[in-house]
Design a protein around this ligand. Sequence first.
Ligand SMILES: C[S@@+](CC[C@H](N)C(=O)[O-])C[C@H]1O[C@@H](n2cnc3c(N)ncnc32)[C@H](O)[C@@H]1O
Length: 270
Amino acid sequence: MLELDAEVLQDYLADLMDWLVELTSDTPPRRILDLGAGTGTGTRALLRRFADAEAVAVDMSESMLGRLADRARESGLADGRVRTVRANLDEEWPAGLDSLDLVWASASLHHMADPDRSLREILAAVAPGGRLVVVEMDASPFPRFLPDDLGPGLGRPGVEERCYAAVADKHAAAVPHLGDDWGTRLTRAGFTVEAERRFVVHLKSPLPAAAGRYARAILARLREHLADRLDADDVTVLDKLLDDDGPYSILRRDDLTVRTSRSVWVARRP
Ligand SMILES: C[S@@+](CC[C@H](N)C(=O)[O-])C[C@H]1O[C@@H](n2cnc3c(N)ncnc32)[C@H](O)[C@@H]1O
């Protein structure tokens, strides 16, 4: 899912990196930490843009870090510029991760049990003048892909929105910090917010096949959590869209779009 996300949203990430290079032109970072690095989309993009930098990628998931290391090797970045550290950041801050020039936290801070505590730990680990980049999504994090009216044989309009409405309370309980006001939290932790920007993504059809696979992966996950929360007609529509061999498969639709947004805060340790 993370890799499909990276592939489909690559233009947004390139725009964000352009902006970051410009913002840091006074002091390009050399010591970077990717916090909650996942499969390393951010690590790789940062190392490509900051040629003199080295990165430590921290995540609690061994399998994510394994994948990150493989992808780094495939991208020619395994020459000592990337190191992985497995750690649960809700527990102790990993030893030796200090005097950092830039901490990148993309879609990870909302997973922390106590984000204010995490931000204070990050502040202590960043060198004076160093930066923290927070990338977060709205409270409803998944992109919208489908038109309102799915056409003949696929029920009433509005299926996708009804899916998200049905899952909203479950989601809010599982990830309560999603959609928080990170600017306020950053200031409260002692950072100075230097810049804030919202990236709105609206990709229109025709889209590469990866967009269909991404939409399918998200719909399948929704279907898993929604069986008891949607009316039977909507469940049937989801099943038709998820039937790869059937006539209504989402993988074969030529009218998909990708509509989402990311908010980014760049903050400095005074
Ligand atoms: C939504 S993913 C984002 C991954 C990556 N930053 C990206 O933008 O593609 C969140 C990541 O945070 C990691 N994570 C969540 N809670 C964590 C914790 N307490 N300590 C370390 N990593 C954590 C997860 O394992 C996952 O890889």
